[in-house]
Design a protein around this ligand. Structure first.
Ligand code: HEM
Ligand code: HEM
Length: 176
C-alpha cells in the first residue's frame, strides 16, 4: 500500500502523480480562460471560461501548497533529478505556481472587492480607497508571470519528451 502511495527512487507515487496530472488539467483550463480574456473579450468563449478563472486559480493555489508539502515529505524518496537544470526548472515551476495566484489575491484584496469561491467568502471587501501597492503589484506582475509560467510549462513538456529521445533516460515512466 505505502509503496503505491509514497514516491520511490524509480517512480513518483500515486499522490504525486495525482497532483501532477490533476493540476496539469486545471492549468490547461486556467490558461484557456486567460487566453479567452486576452484575445477573445466579449465573446461566448470568454463568457464561458472567464467566469471560472478565479475559482480554478484559488483551487490551484490550494493544491500547490499541499503538493509542495508532499514533495518535501517525499524529498528523500523520489526519483533523483536528472540534472541541475531539471532541478532548478522544477523549483521555478513551484515558485511561479505559488507566486502567480498569490499576487492575484493580493491585488483582489487591495481593490476592496469581495471574493467568493465555491460559495465561501474569502474576502469581504471594503469601502474606500484602493490599496495601490497591492493593485499595482498585480497589474504589473500577475499576467506577465502567468504567461512566463506557461512558457516554462511548454519548455518542461518539450524537455520531458526530448529527454526520452536524446538520452537513455526515459523520465516519462517516472510520472506515468
Ligand atoms: C495559477 C493560477 C493562475 C494563473 C496561471 C493565471 C493566469 C493569468 C494570465 C496568464 C492572465 C493574463 C490574461 C491577459 O493577458 O489578458 C491572467 C489575468 C487575470 N487573472 Fe489570473 N491566473 C491565475 C489565478 C488567478 C486568481 C486566483 C485570480 C483572482 C483572485 C486571478 C485574476 C485575474 C484577473 C482579474 C486577470 C485580468 C487582469 C490581468 O491581466 O492581470 N487569476 N491570469
Ligand atoms: C503534457 C504535460 C506534461 C508532461 C508530459 C510532464 C512530464 C513530467 C515528467 C516526465 C516529470 C518527471 C521529471 C523528473 O522526475 O525528472 C515531471 C515532473 C514535474 N512536472 Fe510535469 N509534465 C507535464 C505538465 C506539467 C505542468 C502543466 C506542470 C506545472 C504547471 C508540471 C510541473 C512539474 C513539476 C513541478 C515536476 C516535478 C515533480 C513534482 O513535484 O511534481 N508538469 N513532469
Amino acid at each position: 500500500m505505502s509503496i503505491l502511495v509514497m514516491d520511490t527512487k524509480v517512480r513518483y507515487g500515486a499522490v504525486s502523480r495525482f497532483f501532477h496530472w490533476g493540476m496539469a488539467l486545471l492549468f490547461a483550463w486556467q490558461f484557456t480562460s486567460a487566453t479567452a480574456h486576452w484575445l477573445f473579450p466579449d465573446t461566448p468563449f470568454e463568457e464561458f471560461f472567464w467566469g471560472t478563472h478565479y475559482t480554478v486559480g484559488v483551487s490551484l493555489l490550494s493544491l500547490v501548497v499541499l503538493r509542495a508539502l508532499w514533495a518535501l515529505a517525499n524529498a528523500s524518496r523520489r526519483p533523483p533529478s536528472v540534472s541541475v537544470m531539471a532541478k532548478l526548472g522544477h523549483i521555478a515551476l513551484y515558485g511561479l505556481m505559488i507566486a502567480v495566484p498569490t499576487i492575484a489575491l493580493i491585488r483582489q484584496f487591495g481593490s476592496g472587492r469581495s471574493l467568493e469561491v465555491f460559495g465561501i467568502t474569502l474576502m469581504a471587501g471594503f469601502e474606500g480607497e484602493e490599496i495601490t501597492w497591492m493593485t499595482d503589484l498585480g497589474g504589473l506582475l500577475h499576467g506577465e508571470l502567468g504567461w512566463t509560467l506557461l512558457a516554462l510549462v511548454v519548455g518542461h513538456i518539450v524537455m520531458a519528451f526530448l529527454h526520452r529521445k536524446l538520452t537513455h533516460h526515459n523520465v516519462l515512466t517516472r510520472m506515468r
